[in-house]
Design a protein around this ligand. Sequence first.
Ligand SMILES: [Zn+2]
Length: 307
Amino acid sequence: MNAYRGTGQLERAAFTVSLDFELMWGTKDRPYGESFRKLCEIERREVVDRLLALLTEYGIRATWGVVGNLFLKKDHEDPLLYGSELIEKIRRCPVRQEIGSHTMTHAILGAPTCTAAMAERELGDWVRVARANAVDFQTLILPRNRIGHLDIARRHGFRCYRGEEPVWYESQPRVVRRFGHLLAILSARTPVCVMPQENQGMWSIPGSMLYTPAFGLRRYLPVWLRVLRAKRGLNAALRQKRLFHLWFHPTDLTRRTEAMLDGLRQIFERAASLRDAGQLDILPMRDLIPADVESGGQDNAEILSNP
Ligand SMILES: [Zn+2]
């Protein structure tokens, strides 16, 4: 457990890995079709196991935002829409992983078309299925990081969520966002290290860097550029005593799998050696909720005022 010093810093620098686990649920509204199905098959068959092995090897407790429908057992249905056996694997990981919500059906809660009734159903259904599976949850990872209906999330017992990366392009249209992100990678710009911030009675744990998938043209971005940026992020976290928060989807490792996993290994190796030297905490998102602050407390003005 980390603690705040009340100065916009953590007691010790921290590293968090969070994952969006959704198989086909995240792309139902996009015309990827057959090619994306193939990637999800690789994710299901191979990538989850190998990622868990890597997390185990380096003793990393990651946060998995899981689409609720994946908990359901519907053997006669599309295996890319259901995944209870994969969730079991995550829960049996010898290094305990955190299970959080990615809504029931991958609903975009921050979309203007998402009503309170829809959000209520998405989160209520998720909580029911999680409780039925004895999942002790605190964390919400909002699909596409679009923030909305936090009041409903809080009412359902969530205490933290992954906030938007604090970069200029995050709130821009998709094309601009892609371009801004590409520039950041190509210039190996140091990712922003963040602090948990209270928002509407929840704690935002903003992302720092997406481990960019090697899909489409992005396959030409060498993996070492991603690794270089992440190592710069870890260094910045040490200097600033803040959090470097890396995130991605297991699906993002399904193209150039060997190279992408090797890149992650290099990042995890560096993080683990800093941890072993006592310089870095590696924590799941829920452990970044300040321990000494009651949910919804009004006595955190110092923390709130940090950028
Ligand atoms: Zn998603």
